[in-house]
Design a protein around this ligand. Structure first.
Ligand code: XCC
Ligand code: SF4
Length: 658
């Protein structure tokens, strides 16, 4: 039974099924209520979002304020310094972009540190697993590879990629991947990133009191910072993870809370750093530790993932995945989790309290991120197993005297995930002619109407998973191929849409392509940093030809329908700056009817980029995305082809029926 003092007073409580479409989460939410344990779902009901903040109409950038304006009459007042609503909103937006970029680039830089230490021989527990990928990236970066030692090539690549972060002038290395016309637009606008550190520094400076006070100019630096994430920090994180740990390829994995095993020691890793998780994989395979678990009466060690690091791991190791962001508290309610191990990003502080209620060990591992009430076992890359072995020992200790009742929702779904852009290439093109030509051809001939990225978090202000799932269903029904990263793909996996069998839910054109290739209509590409894989895929589509000259010409659109993180805003901004129409759900930190709103939601498109959109209803979002895709098809002159191919297919069906 949970600790008495944690029992919460009865406040407003909605039926769990109104809060989530995830059956397991609903079950555990109901149990938490019975146990008197408060979760983020409850807090969201009892804490209305601050209405002034929701409109981004307040400023606390100096201590003459904080100042707040009236979103209903946005130009009636200014701040004490005279800052207008547009300045205030764009500065708030800038700070979110800077924070999100910092998260991804700090993570990417940590991966690069690891890479360097491996190369210099200071770290011996990791190695280069994927030489082919190393050579491929090195060649792209114009590094000589012929007749050279792998180590030397790798060191040159390290030095080259380090510029992504530290360079003070020039252009970041991965602009080499950007289609020429897109890059031309960036150069014209002055938004090609130099190095992430410099760009973030400048944005923090410009968004301080009394510096940049033109919303359009602030937006430029927002784009520059965001691009330093998408084509910089995140892309480096993805590429280095592939080089060190292997490029993912599709595997069938188990998802949902049923992956926990009552008779095993259950260890959840929840966070964003693959190196910790890789070492956990090694520790749970350690014969002495397996024996220790058996001696404690367990059948074995059961390692599962949650959120983004889970997404990176399942495609490399087939590690099961227990759920997305809004399930991280509820899963502790099962009582079956012996240790929850976290590193950085998206870790709710309340996990410490919920863990305490259910006697789970909450273990922090990264020096950047500690939680009051959690146990800290620091992870050091030069001796990773010191930390992860100890975690296993702690988990076994908790298994031995769980002291709480265990109730695991017996729900397990299967999804096929791990589609790198390299694999998409191969899957559609075949080994001998790996290319994007078949994808482009199928878009041009209209079988595939376009491609949509549906990504990002859960947010307890929306019914968990509902918008992700309904939106994606609507898109594939309309022949739009969906690619995914982040927590979104777990929503779709739980709904059974990430298997090849889900092709029957697709429109006739997409269905035919999926059935021919044997692929799902919804492709999971990995963690949030792996949004870079979507950028690369877009760049490849442009380079392959037939779909215009810049990313802005492609019949593609993006969406984060249940986002909650500042990181999502950064991702949204780099997709917009790259040329993609990007729709966000839940809420948008902006006041409508202002110049800054018009700038983000209309004017950026006129500058050759994409633009933002906002809607909360999945069907409305789908309508907006499809309308955009159709607009681009028309501009490319391929709108008629689609009508023809659909007519053909109807004829064929009639013939089959006759
Ligand atoms: Fe976090 Fe990455 Fe959002 Fe999920 S999707 S809630 S950012 S874990 Ni990235
Ligand atoms: Fe107010 Fe201007 Fe200071 Fe912001 S920067 S808190 S608007 S005085």
């Amino acid at each position: 039974m949970p600790d008495e003092k944690k029992v919460i007073p009865k406040k407003k409580q909605l039926d769990p099924r109104e809060l989530t479409t995830c059956e397991a989460t609903a079950m555990m939410l109901a149990k938490a209520r019975k146990d008197g344990v408060e979760l983020a779902f409850d807090r969201a009901q009892n804490m209305k979002p601050c209405p002034i903040g929701a409109d981004s109409a307040c400023c606390k950038h100096c201590f003459m304020g904080p100042c707040r304006l009236n979103a209903k009459d946005p130009y009636a007042k200014t701040g004490v310094c005279g800052a207008t609503i547009d300045t205030i909103m764009s500065r708030n937006f800038a700070r979110a972009v800077a924070a999100g970029c910092s998260a991804h680039t700090d993570h990417g830089m940590a991966m690069l540190d690891l890479f360097r230490e491996v190369l210099e021989g200071h770290i011996k527990d990791y190695e280069i697993k994927n030489v082919q990928k190393l050579l491929y990236v090195a060649k792209e970066m114009d590094i000589e590879t012929k007749d050279r030692e792998i180590k030397d090539i790798a060191m040159d690549l390290y030095k080259e990629l380090e510029r992504t972060y530290t360079q003070v002038d020039g252009e970041i290395p991965f602009v080499k991947r950007v289609p020429e016309k897109t890059l031309e637009t960036w150069r014209k606008e002055g938004i090609v990133p130099r190095g992430a550190m410099r760009e973030i520094m400048e944005l923090m400076h410009r968004s301080a009191i009394g510096v940049d006070q033109h919303y359009a100019n602030i937006t430029k630096q927002c784009s520059r910072v965001a691009l330093a994430d998408g084509w910089g920090g995140s892309m480096v994180a993805t590429e280095i993870a592939d080089i060190l740990f292997g490029t993912p390829s599709p595997v069938a994995i188990e998802v949902n809370m049923g992956v926990l095993k009552e008779d095993q020691v259950n260890i959840i890793v929840h966070g964003h750093e693959p190196n910790l998780f890789e070492s956990m994989v090694a520790s749970v395979a350690e014969p002495t530790l397996i024996q220790a678990a058996k001696d404690a009466g367990a059948k074995g060690l059961n390692l599962v993932g949650m959120c983004c690091s889970g997404l990176e791991m399942f495609s490399r190791h087939g590690t099961p995945h227990a759920g997305n962001f809004m399930s991280t508290e509820t899963i502790l309610v099962t009582g079956a989790v012996d240790a929850m191990v976290v590193d950085v990003q998206c870790i709710k502080q309340a996990l410490a309290q919920v863990a305490e209620c259910y006697k789970t060990q909450l273990i922090t591992t990264n020096p950047r991120a500690r939680i009051e009430g959690g146990k800290h076992i620091e992870f050091h890359e030069d001796k990773p197993k010191d930390c992860t072995d100890e975690i296993v020992i702690q988990a076994i200790g908790r298994f031995k005297n769980r002291g709480v009742e265990v109730e695991i929702p017996q729900i397990v779904n299967t999804g096929v995930h791990g589609f790198s852009h390299e694999y998409i290439n191969y899957m559609l093109g075949g080994t001998f002619r790996a290319s994007y030509t078949p994808l482009n051809d199928n878009i041009i001939n209209g079988r595939i109407r376009g491609v949509a990225g549906v990504v990002g978090c859960n947010n307890p202000r929306m019914k968990q998973d509902y918008v992700h799932v309904e939106l994606v269903k609507e898109l594939i029904k309309n022949d739009v191929l969906v690619v995914q990263t982040g927590c979104s793909q777990i929503a779709l996996a739980k709904a059974g849409l990430t298997t090849p069998e889900a092709a029957h839910l697709a429109g006739p054109g997409l269905k035919e392509v999926c059935e021919t290739v044997g692929m799902p209509p919804v492709l999971g590409l990995g963690a949030c940093v792996d949004n870079s894989r979507i950028l690369i895929a877009c760049a490849e589509m442009v380079k392959t030809g037939g779909l215009g000259e810049s990313i802005a010409d492609l019949p593609v659109a993006g969406c984060a329908p249940e986002y909650m993180s500042e990181k999502a805003i950064t991702i949204g901004q780099y997709f917009v700056a790259s040329g993609v129409f990007t729709v966000f759900g839940v809420t948008f930190p902006i006041t409508e009817g202002t110049k800054f709103h018009k700038h983000l939601f209309e004017e950026l498109e006129d500058l050759g980029m994409g633009k933002w959109g906002f809607a909360t209803d999945p069907f409305e979002i789908a309508r907006m995305m499809i309308a955009h895709i159709d607009k681009k098809r028309k501009a490319l002159g391929i709108d008629k082809a689609r009508e023809r191919v659909l007519m053909d297919m109807a004829d064929r069906r009639d013939m089959d029926a006759a």
